[in-house]
Design a protein. Structure first.
Length: 423
């Protein structure tokens, strides 16, 4: 069975996360986006775990669905063109902050498990180490390798995935507090790492430059903190709809069962380029090297971005990539495209109404972005919207890359051709 999965999100119990990330809303938005499987996020938080146990019931092996009494209240809020059966997979992210090899390390790790019993066992072990109630993404003074060992001891089928692996401040390969390889972090347990999450600021071709990552799957997820951000990155599987089906597809890392990823344009990510946000300085890695890593305006150290970090660790250039890699598509969220075409803010009522109109006419968002004909999009929207989506599909966009926590600025339609275009 072919389906799309977004495995890394957060609950209302995580900091800086929308209160709308309740399970009923996740079920609704998954349908609007075109997702079949969604991570629950934050199973380590006691109150969220109770909420999940109350509102979910077992579906296919290792997956869960919203109980009918909770789903029925939201049915009318999903257009008939988008309705589908949504499944949930138990997931959590843990922030590990510790000292290793003479440096402070800050690494975020994603965990997936097939049962509530295994989630509870992991929580019981971790609650002896730190406070799980303080944040949906708990911060623990725990070596990532030790966390992996705990996870394997309590749940033999756990999927342990370094999250947003290149983010400068909180990742396994990040420039500020990460490692130079998976082996340096996980040592003799590295063979139990079957995947890394590439994050919004990198894409598969960037990761393909490291031969040390050849054996692991490159997965992509939204890391959503609000419902509308679901599926901005996701994974496409063609396998049995079950925990084991997903587990095996990721572990085997072949393009028969793990058939693709949906990606941001990495330049749009918050840490693609180097730079210094306070001085509004966006810097290509070559400029950073020329300036000895310092901001040319104030002289302080710049944040080394993902492009620079990949270049430092890579042992291949872009033209020397092995064959047989899992394919990917770069997309821009539909609401952002509508906002670009209309010249109106992405959170405006006009953009929301247009978004809902398109979904009612054509189906879920990912289907529109990937599969709908430009003729049908033009008919349901405008010729300019059809042209914009075609340009995104063909990669004909212009982006001022993100840096030091600032998202990149993307342009699809040239200036002067988009202002207040009615849809």
């Amino acid at each position: 069975m072919k389906f799309i999965a977004d495995l890394h999100i957060h609950s209302p119990y995580s900091r800086a996360t929308s209160k709308d990330m309740e399970i009923e809303n996740l079920n609704r938005w998954a349908q609007l986006k075109g997702l079949t499987v969604v991570g629950t996020g934050d199973f380590t938080h006691p109150k969220w775990l109770v909420n999940l146990q109350e509102k979910l019931e077992s579906a296919e092996d290792g997956l869960f669905r919203l109980k009918p009494e909770y789903e029925s209240s939201m049915v009318e809020e999903v257009p008939s063109s988008c309705r589908r059966d949504v499944r949930f997979i138990l997931s959590a992210e843990i922030s590990c902050i510790y000292s290793k090899n003479g440096r402070t390390r800050k690494v975020h790790n994603l965990l997936l498990v097939p049962t509530f019993a295994e989630a509870a066992k992991i929580n019981a072990a971790l609650s002896k180490i730190g406070n799980l109630k303080s944040d949906g993404r708990p911060i623990l003074g725990l070596d990532s390798k030790v966390l992996l060992n705990i996870a394997l001891d309590t749940s033999p089928d756990v999927l342990f995935i370094p999250a947003h692996a290149w983010t400068p401040h909180f990742s396994v390969l990040g420039s500020n507090s990460g490692f130079d390889s998976l082996e340096e972090c996980f040592e003799e347990l590295t063979s139990h790492i079957y995947a890394i999450e590439t994050g919004l600021s990198s894409d598969p071709p960037m990761n393909w430059r490291l031969s040390g990552l050849d054996r692991v799957a490159l997965i992509s997820n939204s890391d959503a903190h609000s419902p509308a951000k679901l599926a901005r990155e996701a994974n496409i599987f063609d396998t049995e709809l079950s925990y084991k089906g997903i587990y095996n597809a990721i572990k085997s890392n072949n393009n028969k069962n793990f058939i693709g990823t949906i990606e941001f344009f990495p330049e749009e990510g918050k840490y693609h380029f180097d730079g210094h946000r306070d001085c509004k300085r966006r810097m290509h890695p070559s400029d950073t090297r020329q300036n000895n890593g310092l901001c040319p305006k104030c002289g302080k150290k710049v944040t080394i971005g993902v492009m620079h970090r990949v270049d430092d660790l890579a042992d291949r250039d872009e033209s020397n990539i092995p064959a047989g890699k899992i394919p990917f598509k770069r997309l821009i969220p539909l609401a952002e495209i509508i906002a670009e075409v209309t010249g109106i803010g992405v959170n405006s009522k006009v953009v929301k109404n247009t978004y809902n109109k398109l979904l009612a006419a054509l189906g879920d968002e990912l289907s529109i972005l990937q599969d709908s004909t430009i003729e049908d999009i033009t008919k349901a929207g405008t010729p300019l919207l059809g042209e914009a989506i075609l340009r995104v599909r063909e990669g004909r966009v212009s982006i001022a890359p993100g840096y030091d926590g600032e998202y990149g600025i993307i342009k699809i339609i040239e200036n002067g051709k988009k202002t207040n275009h009615k849809i």
